[in-house]
Design a protein around this ligand. Structure first.
Ligand code: AMP
Ligand code: ZN
Length: 113
């Protein structure tokens, strides 16, 4: 996906603040944080959104969450966190490469949306 900003970040063509990387996933800091800790967790393989990946490789999608569970302390999320993945126009998705927002590091607003 030559015009995908997150594919470019994964390829190292655009700089990012990386917190975790392995052969399958990357976790970076969101450039416009909405909480004290705001990460973006993404598969290296390009999927347009969470439904696309759930349809094509549900096991790999599950593994992303398993990895997050193993990184909770390292990411400063022991107090808890919220995950969000926007899909499509109504979800206000602005980058068309699946990414899962992980928000925490402080008490979040009770209401979402
Ligand atoms: P969404 O609106 O759910 O598609 O989320 C896209 C997120 O990507 C937003 O929270 C942006 O702040 C974030 N973002 C966009 N460009 C970058 C970048 N170059 N590095 C880190 N985060 C980015
Ligand atoms: Zn991409």
């Amino acid at each position: 996906m030559s015009d995908c900003i997150f594919c470019k970040i994964i390829a190292g063509e655009i700089p990012s603040a990386k917190f975790y990387e392995d052969e399958d996933i990357l976790i970076i800091a969101d450039i416009n944080p909405q909480a004290a800790k705001h990460y973006l967790m993404m598969p290296k393989k390009h999927y347009t959104d969470i439904a696309d990946m759930a349809e094509k490789d549900p096991e790999a999608l599950g593994n992303i969450f398993k990895k997050l569970s193993g990184l909770i302390s390292e990411l400063g999320l022991d107090g808890g966190f919220r995950i969000v993945s926007n899909k499509g126009e109504n979800g206000c998705q602005s980058v068309g490469h699946l990414h899962i927002h992980v928000l925490g590091g402080e008490k979040l607003n009770e209401k979402m949306g």
